[in-house]
Design a protein around this ligand. Structure first.
Ligand code: GLU
Ligand code: ZN
Length: 461
């Protein structure tokens, strides 16, 4: 797919928690770098001093590590790169490609509305483009702060080949002069983002297609600076179940929230791998397998749809596939308190297939610790239908053979002639309070013979 190793990056702004959209961008960039034998870099876009928070920087690193998306080399922080932006700024100034703009937010908004009202697409009207040095001096004397704008050349075509959207052509007429440095002296997004992509040697920028329309501006900047431009891949955004962009309102949760709820990194990665990337594989894939199989030609243009049921289904597969040791680790404090070490091992083995989230296992821990869940009238009837002799025989078998499911079944069957569901269902209900659940042969090994006997004996009279 790619001619050589690709240098990709994840460039989040630390203004909030990592959500699924961000995590998917990180995953795809990670996989494309690994697949091509390149590098995956991390850049923190923290030029917005007010909204950027240190806690979000550490949180996002933690999320990436937890997802298994480790990055190569040192983390770049835009807040530490003022010098770099200054020299790019000076270069553009020397070329006459930038000018100070004194327009206030209010004035800009007014002009925007006027353009919209007359049916035109809003763009900077060029108010400050041709100010004379006297006019500028007057503005400065009046104490007005200047942002700096890039002078977009008229009559240019900006073309690029987007990996997802194909050939793109933009006319420079449609793009107003845009801010590269804010009035407070910090570099604006288009500028720092493009300058750093070049400085870091990024060869492929994969990001959400909400950035597609930004790309011509960044290409103009790089071309004016004589710096190399990366290739771009703008993947479709993720929508919620209701077809509107994924947000808290329609089911989005942050990666940290999902982790706290007990979701596994494997489940999240597998879900994200399939959002906006057509993949034939229905099975749970490791990151290594994804690295081999990701096909950059299969990124979609239509919005992907986040579906809670899909997350649930990947989570189920991931939880069931955990090696025994990791399963126990993942459950943490969730375990019955009445088990010795050996019983505990049986319990883990018994409940794994019935666990999607730790809360499921917690319910099975309570069944062991007792008292067993109370039976409702319908269940009680089912239990009692088996008859007292049935339970007397089963309890006697438990007394004699211990936590031996086979022996218990055999004795109950011999005493009552019950078979199949008529044999298993009443026993399961009497022992666990549930009609369904883990394999009882294993589950009972986590219980004391005495407790098993006690639970059966309740119905023997
Ligand atoms: N900080 C930008 C964002 O989070 C980066 C966009 C990009 O990947 O270029 O949207
Ligand atoms: Zn202006």
């Amino acid at each position: 797919m790619f001619a050589g190793p690709q240098i990709t990056r994840f460039a989040p702004s630390p203004t909030g928690e990592v959500h699924l959209g961000n995590a998917r961008t990180a995953l795809f960039n990670f996989l494309l770098a690994r697949q091509s034998g390149g590098r995956f870099l991390l850049r923190i876009e923290d030029t917005d001093r007010e909204r950027s928070k240190e806690e979000f920087v550490s949180a996002l690193k933690r999320d990436l590590e937890w997802l298994g998306l480790g990055w190569d080399g040192a983390t770049l922080r835009q807040s530490e790169r003022g010098g770099e932006y200054q020299s790019a700024f000076a270069q553009l100034a020397k070329l006459g490609r930038i000018y100070p703009c004194y327009c206030s937010a209010q004035e800009l908004e007014f002009s925007r509305r006027a353009q919209l009202a007359s049916g035109r697409a809003p763009r900077y009207a060029g108010t400050c483009r041709e100010l004379t040095s006297e006019q500028r001096a007057a503005q400065e004397r009046a104490g007005r702060m200047a942002g700096w704008r890039f002078r977009v050349n008229a009559g240019e075509k900006i073309e690029f080949d987007d990996l997802v959207h194909g050939a793109q052509v933009f006319a420079s007429e449609d793009i107003g002069d845009f801010i590269i440095q804010r009035a407070d002296g910090t570099a604006a997004f288009f500028f720092s983002n493009a300058v750093d992509d070049a400085a870091m040697g990024i060869t492929l920028v994969l990001r959400g297609d909400d950035h597609l329309a930004n790309t011509p501006r960044q290409l103009m900047l790089l071309s004016a600076l004589g710096r190399p431009a990366p290739r771009y891949a703008h993947v479709a955004l993720i929508n919620g179940m209701d077809g509107t962009p994924l947000s808290k309102r329609n089911g989005a949760r942050s990666v940290a929230q999902l982790r706290e709820e007990g979701y596994l990194a494997e489940a999240i990665n597998n879900l994200l791998y399939r959002l906006g990337h057509a993949s034939a594989e229905g099975e749970l894939l490791t990151l290594e397998a994804m690295t081999q199989r990701l096909d950059a030609r299969h990124f979609g243009r239509a919005p992907a749809r986040f579906d809670v049921a899909q997350l649930q289904s990947w989570q189920k597969q991931a939880a069931h596939a955990l090696p025994a040791e990791r399963f126990a680790q993942w459950l943490g404090a969730v375990r019955p308190s009445h088990c010795d070490a050996q019983q505990l091992q049986h319990w883990f083995r018994a409940v794994q297939a019935n666990t999607v989230l730790p809360a499921d296992a917690a319910a099975w821990a309570r069944v062991i610790d007792g008292p067993p869940p109370a039976l409702d009238a319908v269940a009680l009837e089912k239990v009692q239908a088996a008859g007292a002799a049935f339970y007397a025989a089963a309890a006697a078998a438990a007394r004699e053979h211990g936590a031996n499911w086979q022996a218990i079944c055999k004795a109950a069957q011999a005493a009552s002639g019950a078979k199949g569901a008529n044999l298993y269902r009443p026993l399961r209900l009497a022992l666990t309070g549930n009609e369904q659940g883990p394999d009882l042969g294993t589950f009972l090994l986590a219980m004391s013979a005495h407790e098993i006997q006690r639970r059966l004996q309740r119905f023997a009279i």
